[in-house]
Design a protein around this ligand. Structure first.
Ligand code: SF4
Length: 376
């Protein structure tokens, strides 16, 4: 089974921290969507088996009209075999939600929404340069909860200048709506973003790892008390509401990425499309190349399995490493993990290696210590 990801590379305005690929020049929207349809047609032979998830990400897919979203879903249904109960998610921003759009999205086949709330604090939303305000965050969430059973909200923690009490208040506000799924990400400073510039020029305090770790502890504790399952470092869900799309990535399933900057994976090869709307559109139009590929070595596949596995509740499967990559990788993993198991940061059963609750914030760093660097 596979997933299809559609990257809609447009936003109304640039959030200060964002390094995703997007443009605010909406006049290029129609040509880019046309080129994406072309890419979908060209690549229909690449998907083996049924499509289990369709995900509209970005950028801001909720900028699209419902019939533009519907046209993609119809095209995928026509050109690919889509599973009966496929999960079809639309990322949406609060300022794009109203009753009629929500109804129209449902009618064209969207059955899951992921809402980019990020914060309920007016000051924080302004600091991030989000396009929505506090009141829109509340009204969009209330509307979404009324119309969708399956939805998620995104939140950001570790915001400079905010306090742990503010973060806890944000979580409590979110929990008041009883969302079935919550994604919460530590704010990071990416290269060439407005945030990096603001910090370098003294217009903003720097982000703090200690502060992020404190917020992460609050996050784990509050969502544990509220009985959410912490199934991936940044993701929490009620039973039955895990994101099927994201879970497939973490479990190493293949996916097709359509649109500028979108990545694809077929189990052996990674491919990424050019991160430029005009180059992407022109190349599709003129039949030129618009992507690069990389065939993963066994070592790459081992490192990825360790990195993603230690972030999830499913852990790293010794069986998968042994059967799909090779016994020497399983032995190496067990040897490297020993000292962390002794410290209580990792634990194992017969078939899997897991990150202990107390070490979850450190999972990425631990994983990189278990990577295989030069042994091939
Ligand atoms: S809306 Fe999303 S993709 Fe667009 S700038 Fe903000 S964070 Fe980035």
């Amino acid at each position: 089974m596979s997933g299809i990801y559609l990257h809609i590379p447009f936003c109304k305005q640039a959030c200060h921290y964002c390094d995703f690929h997007f443009s605010t020049r909406l006049k290029h929207l129609e040509p880019v969507l046309g080129a994406m349809h072309q890419e979908l047609r060209d690549r229909s032979g690449e998907v083996q088996g049924e499509v289990a998830t369709i995900y509209f990400g970005g950028g801001t897919p909720s900028l699209l009209k419902a019939d533009q979203i519907g046209a993609f879903i119809s095209a995928i249904r026509k050109q690919y075999t889509v599973k009966d109960n496929a999960e079809i998610t639309l990322e949406a921003n609060p300022d794009d939600l109203d009753e009629s759009r929500i109804q129209a999205w449902k009618q064209v086949g969207i059955n899951r929404l992921s809402l980019g709330i990020q914060s309920f604090e007016e000051e924080e939303l302004r600091w991030m340069n989000r396009a929505h305000n506090q009141q829109q965050a509340h009204s969009a969430l209330a509307l979404m909860a009324q119309h969708f059973d399956n939805y998620s909200i995104d939140l950001i923690y570790g915001i400079p200048g905010s306090s742990p009490e503010q973060w806890e208040a944000t979580l409590n506000t979110a929990l008041g709506y009883n969302p079935p799924h919550i994604s919460a990400y530590a704010l990071t400073v990416e290269e060439n973003t407005a945030l990096e510039h603001m910090i370098q020029t003294g217009k903003s305090p720097d982000v703090s790892d200690t502060r992020a770790e404190d917020d992460f502890k609050i996050l784990m504790q509050r969502l544990d008390e509220a009985r959410y399952q912490h199934y991936e470092i940044s993701n929490f869900a009620r039973d039955g509401y895990y994101s099927k799309n994201n879970s497939s990535y973490w479990l190493g399933k293949p996916y097709l990425g359509i649109g500028p900057s979108a990545h694809s994976y077929d189990g052996r090869t990674r491919r990424w499309n050019v991160r430029n709307n005009i180059k992407y559109t022109r190349a599709l139009d003129q039949g030129e190349s618009y992507f690069e590929t990389e065939t993963l070595t066994d070592r790459d596949r081992y490192n990825e399995a360790v990195m993603t596995g230690l972030r999830t509740q499913w852990g790293v499967s010794y069986h998968r490493i042994r059967e799909e990559i090779g016994p020497k990788y399983e032995n190496y993993l067990k040897m490297q993990a020993e000292s962390y198991i002794r410290k209580g940061w990792l634990f194992e059963d017969e078939e899997r290696l897991f990150t202990a609750r107390a070490a979850k914030f450190l999972a990425d760093g631990i994983a990189s210590d278990l990577f295989m660097l030069n042994l091939e």
